[in-house]
Structures are given as structure tokens and as C-alpha cells.
Write a protein that binds this ligand. Structure first.
Ligand code: APR
Length: 260
């Protein structure tokens, strides 16, 4: 119904927009298929169509400043990934290095290494009130309005990812900034609040440093992190020089255990 209307919408306004909407659907479906082809994950013939239906159903036809995170609930339920206990890697202000790391070493994985995170990483999308189309330009910026389709998506999938956290969990934080644990980051405002024992056992902070750095494991914001964390979770913090992680990334013979 709705979904075919977007891609092949003969009732939509013009050929240009129809083509674009079709392209966005094509990007989502092909990234979805590429991911499933590379990852042995249980899926069926129509998994990617189901992903598109649930995904587009969240924001198409809605005011781009009025898409709450709950709009993506059915997308989360459609995918329902299995948790990778002891291998989950969270991050904040360390996007480049964490993704280089998980690309090189398969011991840990981030949200962007799961199906939904992989598909949507680096994409922008929104629709309009009453529209059947998807746009990827002219959409509200991250902080322009809180309930925009992109921010709500990341909030919702991050909540689900953190809710599934189990065993020993790692987070890579940035030691080159004043506040490695930033209150309005997704990690602080959403993910940490979902961490709970006994399913999850420990949170291990890797604080990535550069040498003459502003932050260390005694940083005030890291004291805040410990204060808001479920007190029955074990907490550790390790300062690791960026170059040590980079060396590990570039040497395929170095096992994960040697990276910090
Ligand atoms: N403007 C634009 N983009 C932003 C902004 C902003 N003000 N704030 C965050 N983002 C987007 C950017 O794409 C950025 O790379 O969110 C990304 C992550 O922001 P960070 O502050 O680095 O980290 P955080 O908010 O903690 O989000 C990362 O959330 O998605 C989960 O599992 C993931 O643990 C990870 C965490």
C-alpha cells in the first residue's frame, strides 16, 4: 500500500520527485541486501522489503519536526537483531576511530555494524505533512527541531541496541575534549540509561588520548558517568593512546586483546 505508493506513486506530483523517492527506496533496499549478503544473519526473502515498509511508515506523510522516536517501534520489531554479548562497542565523539577499528577487527561491533545502523549511517531523510515522498535535502538539521526523522531514528535504534547490551560492554570516549561524557549525547541521554545488570555485567571505558590531553579517567564527566550507571555494574576506565589503537588497526596480526 503506502510503500508501493512511494516508489511508483502515479498519483504523486511530478516525475522528478517520483524518481527521487524511488531512488531512496533503492538505496535502502540495496544497502539492506548488501548487509545481509555479507553477514550470516537469519533473514527471509522479503526482509528488506519489510524493513523499507516499516522504515518509511515511520516518517512518510509526517511533518519533519513531528516524528517521535516511537514512530520507529515497528521497524525495531521487524528486525529484532540478536545481541552480541561481550562484543558490543558504544562510542561518543569517536566515530571515525571506532568504525576504523570494527572494520579492521571483528572482535567488537557498533550499532553501525548492525543491519539498521549500517543501512542508515550517513543518510538524511524526511517527508512532509500529507506527502507520499521522501526527501534527502531540505530536511531539518540535527538540533533544528528535536523530533526530526533522522534524530528520532538514531535515538530509537540506540535505545534498542543499549537495551540488548549483555556481558562486558565497551565504550570508546574521546580524551581530547573537555567533556568525554557529554550530557546531551545519545550515549549519555539514551544508552547509559538502558544498561542494566545482571544481563550486562560491566562497562569498560576506553578513553582515547593523544598525549598532552585535557581529559583522563579522573575527568568530572566520567565521575558523572559512574554516578548515573546502574551501581551493580562493574566499571573500569583505561586511558589508551590513539597511536596504539591505530597501530592495532593497521596490523592484521595484532589480536584485539593487544589493542589496549
Ligand atoms: N549536529 C549534527 N549531528 C549530530 C549532532 C549535532 N549537534 N550531535 C550528534 N550528531 C550526530 C552526528 O552524526 C554524530 O557523528 O550524531 C553522531 C554522534 O554524535 P556524538 O556526540 O559523537 O555521539 P553520541 O551522541 O553519543 O552518539 C553515539 O549513539 O548511535 C549510538 O551506539 C551509538 O554509542 C553510539 C552513540
Amino acid at each position: 500500500g503506502v510503500c508501493l505508493g512511494i516508489a511508483f506513486g502515479h498519483r504523486s506530483s511530478g516525475p522528478k520527485n517520483d524518481r527521487f523517492a524511488g531512488n531512496f527506496k533503492t538505496v535502502i533496499i540495496s544497502k539492506c541486501k548488501a548487509y545481509l549478503g555479507l553477514n550470516e544473519e537469519q533473514s527471509s526473502e522479503n526482509t528488506c522489503e519489510k524493513v523499507w515498509d516499516a522504515f518509511s511508515g515511520a516518517y512518510v506523510g509526517r511533518d519533519p519536526c513531528d516524528v517521535p522516536m516511537e514512530a520507529y517501534d515497528s521497524l525495531i520489531h521487524a528486525v529484532n537483531p540478536k545481541a552480541a554479548c561481550n562484543r558490543m562497542l558504544f562510542w561518543s565523539q569517536t566515530k571515525d576511530i571506532v568504525h576504523q577499528f570494527t572494520e579492521a577487527k571483528k572482535c567488537l561491533l557498533t550499532l553501525e555494524d548492525t543491519l539498521l545502523g549500517f543501512i542508515m549511517d550517513n543518510l538524511t531523510w524526511c517527508s512532509k505533512n500529507g506527502s507520499k515522498e521522501t526527501f534527502s535535502t531540505g530536511c531539518p538539521g540535527w538540533s533544528e527541531c528535536e523530533k526530526n526523522p533522522v534524530r528520532s531514528f538514531w535515538n530509537r535504534v540506540s535505545a534498542a541496541f543499549a537495551e540488548s547490551a549483555c556481558g562486558e560492554v565497551t565504550v570508546m570516549l574521546n580524551g581530547s575534549v573537555d567533556t568525554p561524557f557529554r550530557a546531551n549525547s545519545i550515549f549519555a541521554s539514551i544508552e547509559v540509561k538502558k544498561f542494566s545488570s545482571p544481563k550486562m555485567r560491566a562497562l569498560n571505558v576506553i578513553l582515547v588520548t593523544r598525549g598532552n590531553d585535557t581529559a583522563n579517567c579522573e575527568n568530572d564527566s566520567l565521575q558523572n558517568l559512574q554516578a548515573v550507571l546502574d551501581p551493580t555494574l562493574k566499571y573500569t576506565c583505561t586511558e589508551v593512546h590513539r597511536s596504539k589503537i591505530m597501530d592495532c588497526i593497521s596490523d592484521p596480526d595484532k589480536p584485539c586483546g593487544a589493542c589496549w
